[in-house]
Write a protein that binds this ligand. Sequence first.
Ligand SMILES: Cc1cc2nc3c(=O)[nH]c(=O)nc-3n(C[C@H](O)[C@H](O)[C@H](O)COP(=O)(O)OP(=O)(O)OC[C@H]3O[C@@H](n4cnc5c(N)ncnc54)[C@H](O)[C@@H]3O)c2cc1C
Length: 383
Amino acid sequence: MDHHDLTDDERELARLVREFADEVVAPQAYEADRTKTLSMDVVRQMGELGLFGLPFPEEHGGQGGDYFALCLAIEGLGRVDQSIAITLEAGVSLGAMPVFRFGTEGQKREFLPDLLAGEALAGFGLTEPEAGSDAGATRTTARLDGDEWVLNGSKQFITNSGTPITRFVTVTAVTGEVDGRKQISTIIVPNGTPGFTVEAPYDKVGWHASDTHPLTFVDARVPEANLLGEPGRGFANFLHILDEGRIAIAALSTGAAEGCLEAAADYAKKRTVFGEPLSTRQSIQFTIARMQLRVHNARLAWHHAARLRDAGKPFKTEAAIAKLTASDAAMDNARDATQIFGGNGFMNEYAVARHYRDSKILEIGEGTTEVQLLVIARALGVA
Ligand SMILES: Cc1cc2nc3c(=O)[nH]c(=O)nc-3n(C[C@H](O)[C@H](O)[C@H](O)COP(=O)(O)OP(=O)(O)OC[C@H]3O[C@@H](n4cnc5c(N)ncnc54)[C@H](O)[C@@H]3O)c2cc1C
């Protein structure tokens, strides 16, 4: 379906990404999922297309676009392969964005050119075994010893933390206490730092080709200058990054919901049941119409939040609404599409089966459904 409110440049970007998604990403998605391998060749090509640099100024090697443009690209990829879409989402929104927003000039010069070219990736380490939705419960510590931070603790479920081109992970760690309250800061920990271990990848339900690992830190030492942003601001900074990330996850979810819609409509027209195309049944027509409704609402919701963000206006509640609307749309459309495919819908070679497995995490990552509801309830003054 057409995106009515796009500028000519945005329309062209959406077209370009759709073509890349259909010609390069979709053909490898089944095999990548089956073998649980992130294609570094696809990542390289996304880098060449400039996708990792979309929302950054040209002076840092970016494309001079905005967050809306990034989300358009993520939506286009999410339609055919959620693992590839989340690799871009996490690479930009969680990997490069914290450095761009909170880094010193030196850190930006050192890291941004490669991150924005897709030649390097960075992870974002907030979640711990005892600190997920309640991310302030961070236990990982970093103490200054001379001119080095010494890190101890662990992180879990960290995207893009162990790819062959992962350069570093930005982690939250408790760096002290002020007035009895934990002071949480963010620190850049390069991969390969002694004492920092990227553990074996998870055996996940979906997003098989996305790179996810637990991390452990045992007396891992990094220079004091690896502090990212002001000491004690780490938690607040990360929450801001997550608000933006929710818009990007909403865009990814919209793409997934659309991929399911297209596949279901196509299948219903081709599949014959009781001597007629499946699409002649009104219950199927109505299911597909409802799938379109969800895609439409999800897209409007993320467009609205992204436009607010790019205009420098408050967008926290709108980002939560977008994430919730779109992740529900993806999950519901994946379920409906799988049902329309019948037994084939349970076979991994069909993209709808992959979307069925992949979409569940959209209701969990970067703030669960319940966390989005809390954000909305707080804005209403009822929580
Ligand atoms: C594939 C994958 C990739 C990820 N990538 C990253 C990453 O790159 N970086 C990173 O830092 N994290 C990452 N995460 C972690 C993810 O953000 C967390 O899993 C998520 O925030 C939920 O935290 P949790 O798993 O600890 O669940 P919990 O916080 O333990 O929540 C369990 C349940 O309780 C509910 N709940 C919690 N609090 C409340 C409340 N106050 N009221 C009502 N219900 C509540 C939750 O909604 C959920 O349903 C990733 C996770 C996965 C699975």
